[in-house]
Ligand binder design. Structure first.
Ligand code: FMN
Length: 186
Protein backbone atom coordinates (compact mmCIF):
# COMPACT_ATOMS: atom_id res chain seq x y z
CA UNK A 1 0.00 0.00 0.00
CA UNK A 2 1.48 3.31 -1.07
CA UNK A 3 0.09 6.73 -0.15
CA UNK A 4 1.23 9.79 -2.08
CA UNK A 5 0.69 13.13 -0.31
CA UNK A 6 1.12 16.47 -2.09
CA UNK A 7 1.92 19.23 0.40
CA UNK A 8 1.29 22.67 -1.12
CA UNK A 9 2.66 24.70 1.81
CA UNK A 10 6.09 26.40 1.88
CA UNK A 11 6.09 26.28 5.72
CA UNK A 12 7.78 23.15 7.12
CA UNK A 13 6.25 23.79 10.55
CA UNK A 14 2.97 25.17 9.26
CA UNK A 15 -0.65 24.14 9.59
CA UNK A 16 -0.73 21.93 6.51
CA UNK A 17 2.53 20.23 7.49
CA UNK A 18 1.07 19.51 10.94
CA UNK A 19 -1.98 17.73 9.46
CA UNK A 20 0.21 15.89 6.92
CA UNK A 21 2.50 14.71 9.74
CA UNK A 22 -0.52 13.55 11.82
CA UNK A 23 -1.70 11.52 8.84
CA UNK A 24 1.75 10.10 8.09
CA UNK A 25 2.22 9.02 11.69
CA UNK A 26 -0.88 6.82 11.41
CA UNK A 27 -0.34 5.28 8.01
CA UNK A 28 0.79 1.71 7.56
CA UNK A 29 2.72 0.95 4.38
CA UNK A 30 4.78 3.30 2.22
CA UNK A 31 4.19 7.06 2.30
CA UNK A 32 5.73 9.59 -0.09
CA UNK A 33 5.33 13.34 0.48
CA UNK A 34 5.89 15.72 -2.44
CA UNK A 35 6.64 19.24 -1.19
CA UNK A 36 5.35 21.43 -4.00
CA UNK A 37 7.59 24.42 -3.16
CA UNK A 38 10.83 22.39 -3.40
CA UNK A 39 9.82 19.88 -6.09
CA UNK A 40 11.36 21.87 -8.97
CA UNK A 41 8.44 21.45 -11.38
CA UNK A 42 7.74 23.95 -14.19
CA UNK A 43 4.19 24.57 -15.37
CA UNK A 44 2.84 23.11 -18.63
CA UNK A 45 3.78 25.40 -21.56
CA UNK A 46 1.19 23.97 -23.99
CA UNK A 47 3.94 22.85 -26.44
CA UNK A 48 1.46 20.19 -27.64
CA UNK A 49 4.07 17.46 -28.11
CA UNK A 50 1.80 15.25 -26.00
CA UNK A 51 -0.86 15.58 -28.71
CA UNK A 52 1.37 13.40 -30.91
CA UNK A 53 3.35 11.14 -28.56
CA UNK A 54 2.96 9.83 -25.02
CA UNK A 55 4.52 11.67 -22.10
CA UNK A 56 5.72 15.19 -21.35
CA UNK A 57 8.47 17.04 -23.28
CA UNK A 58 9.64 18.84 -20.13
CA UNK A 59 12.03 16.89 -17.91
CA UNK A 60 12.37 18.12 -14.34
CA UNK A 61 11.18 17.12 -10.87
CA UNK A 62 7.91 15.93 -12.40
CA UNK A 63 9.63 12.84 -13.90
CA UNK A 64 9.92 11.32 -10.42
CA UNK A 65 6.45 12.52 -9.40
CA UNK A 66 4.82 10.79 -12.41
CA UNK A 67 6.29 7.52 -11.12
CA UNK A 68 4.78 8.09 -7.68
CA UNK A 69 1.39 9.00 -9.17
CA UNK A 70 1.37 5.76 -11.18
CA UNK A 71 2.29 3.50 -8.28
CA UNK A 72 0.17 5.11 -5.52
CA UNK A 73 -2.91 3.34 -4.13
CA UNK A 74 -4.06 6.51 -2.34
CA UNK A 75 -3.40 10.16 -3.25
CA UNK A 76 -3.92 13.08 -0.85
CA UNK A 77 -3.77 16.74 -1.88
CA UNK A 78 -2.97 18.93 1.15
CA UNK A 79 -2.77 22.69 0.67
CA UNK A 80 -3.20 26.06 2.28
CA UNK A 81 -5.82 28.19 0.54
CA UNK A 82 -4.09 31.03 -1.32
CA UNK A 83 -6.43 33.60 -2.85
CA UNK A 84 -9.25 31.04 -2.64
CA UNK A 85 -7.20 28.47 -4.64
CA UNK A 86 -4.57 25.76 -4.16
CA UNK A 87 -1.07 27.25 -3.93
CA UNK A 88 0.67 28.20 -7.23
CA UNK A 89 3.37 25.45 -7.18
CA UNK A 90 0.64 22.82 -6.76
CA UNK A 91 -1.22 24.28 -9.73
CA UNK A 92 2.06 24.07 -11.71
CA UNK A 93 2.48 20.41 -10.80
CA UNK A 94 -1.09 19.54 -11.70
CA UNK A 95 -0.91 21.46 -15.00
CA UNK A 96 1.58 18.76 -16.00
CA UNK A 97 -1.21 16.17 -15.91
CA UNK A 98 -2.19 17.67 -19.26
CA UNK A 99 -0.32 14.95 -21.18
CA UNK A 100 -2.69 12.32 -19.77
CA UNK A 101 -5.67 14.33 -20.95
CA UNK A 102 -4.04 14.75 -24.40
CA UNK A 103 -3.28 11.01 -24.64
CA UNK A 104 -6.94 10.24 -24.06
CA UNK A 105 -8.31 12.99 -26.30
CA UNK A 106 -5.89 12.91 -29.23
CA UNK A 107 -4.29 9.45 -29.07
CA UNK A 108 -7.25 7.51 -27.67
CA UNK A 109 -5.15 5.97 -24.88
CA UNK A 110 -5.95 6.02 -21.16
CA UNK A 111 -2.52 6.06 -19.48
CA UNK A 112 -3.59 6.92 -15.94
CA UNK A 113 -4.44 3.99 -13.64
CA UNK A 114 -7.99 4.30 -12.26
CA UNK A 115 -9.79 3.09 -9.13
CA UNK A 116 -7.50 4.65 -6.51
CA UNK A 117 -8.50 6.44 -3.29
CA UNK A 118 -8.33 10.24 -3.09
CA UNK A 119 -8.63 12.80 -0.28
CA UNK A 120 -8.22 16.54 0.27
CA UNK A 121 -6.76 18.47 3.23
CA UNK A 122 -7.20 22.27 3.22
CA UNK A 123 -6.04 24.93 5.66
CA UNK A 124 -6.99 28.61 5.52
CA UNK A 125 -6.63 31.72 7.61
CA UNK A 126 -10.37 32.31 7.67
CA UNK A 127 -10.86 35.03 5.07
CA UNK A 128 -13.06 33.99 2.16
CA UNK A 129 -14.29 30.74 0.71
CA UNK A 130 -12.28 27.55 0.20
CA UNK A 131 -14.80 26.22 -2.36
CA UNK A 132 -12.59 26.94 -5.39
CA UNK A 133 -9.53 25.25 -3.85
CA UNK A 134 -11.67 22.23 -2.90
CA UNK A 135 -13.17 21.98 -6.36
CA UNK A 136 -9.71 22.22 -8.01
CA UNK A 137 -8.25 19.56 -5.70
CA UNK A 138 -11.17 17.23 -6.47
CA UNK A 139 -10.79 17.78 -10.21
CA UNK A 140 -7.05 16.96 -10.13
CA UNK A 141 -7.74 13.84 -8.05
CA UNK A 142 -10.27 12.71 -10.66
CA UNK A 143 -7.63 13.29 -13.36
CA UNK A 144 -5.30 11.02 -11.36
CA UNK A 145 -7.93 8.26 -11.14
CA UNK A 146 -8.38 8.88 -7.40
CA UNK A 147 -11.77 10.56 -6.85
CA UNK A 148 -12.00 12.29 -3.48
CA UNK A 149 -13.61 10.24 -0.71
CA UNK A 150 -12.71 12.46 2.27
CA UNK A 151 -12.18 16.12 3.11
CA UNK A 152 -10.25 17.49 6.11
CA UNK A 153 -10.37 21.23 6.79
CA UNK A 154 -8.86 23.67 9.25
CA UNK A 155 -10.05 26.98 7.91
CA UNK A 156 -9.56 29.48 10.74
CA UNK A 157 -5.83 29.16 11.31
CA UNK A 158 -5.37 32.92 11.94
CA UNK A 159 -7.21 32.39 15.24
CA UNK A 160 -7.08 28.59 15.70
CA UNK A 161 -3.92 26.79 14.58
CA UNK A 162 -4.42 23.38 12.98
CA UNK A 163 -2.49 21.83 15.89
CA UNK A 164 -5.21 23.17 18.26
CA UNK A 165 -8.13 22.39 15.96
CA UNK A 166 -9.59 19.25 17.56
CA UNK A 167 -12.17 18.75 14.81
CA UNK A 168 -9.51 18.86 12.06
CA UNK A 169 -7.30 16.46 14.05
CA UNK A 170 -10.26 14.06 14.43
CA UNK A 171 -10.94 14.31 10.69
CA UNK A 172 -7.34 13.59 9.77
CA UNK A 173 -7.27 10.57 12.11
CA UNK A 174 -10.48 9.31 10.47
CA UNK A 175 -8.77 9.72 7.10
CA UNK A 176 -5.78 7.71 8.34
CA UNK A 177 -8.13 4.93 9.46
CA UNK A 178 -9.88 4.93 6.07
CA UNK A 179 -6.57 4.53 4.24
CA UNK A 180 -5.39 1.78 6.61
CA UNK A 181 -8.73 -0.07 6.14
CA UNK A 182 -8.21 0.17 2.40
CA UNK A 183 -4.80 -1.46 2.81
CA UNK A 184 -6.37 -4.39 4.70
CA UNK A 185 -8.86 -5.03 1.91
CA UNK A 186 -6.21 -5.14 -0.85
C1 FMN B 1 -0.56 34.54 -0.52
C2 FMN B 1 -1.55 34.06 0.50
C3 FMN B 1 -2.90 34.02 0.18
C4 FMN B 1 -3.83 33.56 1.11
N1 FMN B 1 -5.15 33.52 0.76
C5 FMN B 1 -6.06 33.05 1.65
C6 FMN B 1 -7.43 32.93 1.29
O1 FMN B 1 -7.85 33.23 0.17
N2 FMN B 1 -8.31 32.47 2.22
C7 FMN B 1 -7.89 32.09 3.48
O2 FMN B 1 -8.72 31.66 4.28
N3 FMN B 1 -6.58 32.17 3.84
C8 FMN B 1 -5.65 32.63 2.96
N4 FMN B 1 -4.32 32.70 3.31
C9 FMN B 1 -3.91 32.20 4.64
C10 FMN B 1 -3.38 30.77 4.63
O3 FMN B 1 -4.22 29.90 3.89
C11 FMN B 1 -3.28 30.22 6.06
O4 FMN B 1 -2.42 31.03 6.82
C12 FMN B 1 -2.82 28.78 6.07
O5 FMN B 1 -3.15 28.19 7.31
C13 FMN B 1 -1.32 28.65 5.86
O6 FMN B 1 -1.01 27.30 5.86
P1 FMN B 1 0.45 26.76 6.25
O7 FMN B 1 0.72 27.20 7.65
O8 FMN B 1 0.35 25.30 6.11
O9 FMN B 1 1.40 27.33 5.23
C14 FMN B 1 -3.39 33.15 2.40
C15 FMN B 1 -2.02 33.21 2.72
C16 FMN B 1 -1.11 33.65 1.79
C17 FMN B 1 0.36 33.69 2.15
Amino acid sequence: MKTLIFNGSPRPEGNTAFLVDELRAMLEGETVVVNAFTANVSPCIDCRECWESHGCAIHDGMDEIYGHIFSADAIVIASPVYNCELTPPLLSIFSRLQNFYAALRFLGVRLMPMGRFGAVILTGGGDGSSAKAESSAKMFLRHMGAPSKALVTSLKTDSLLACEDDRAIEEVHALGNMINELAKNR
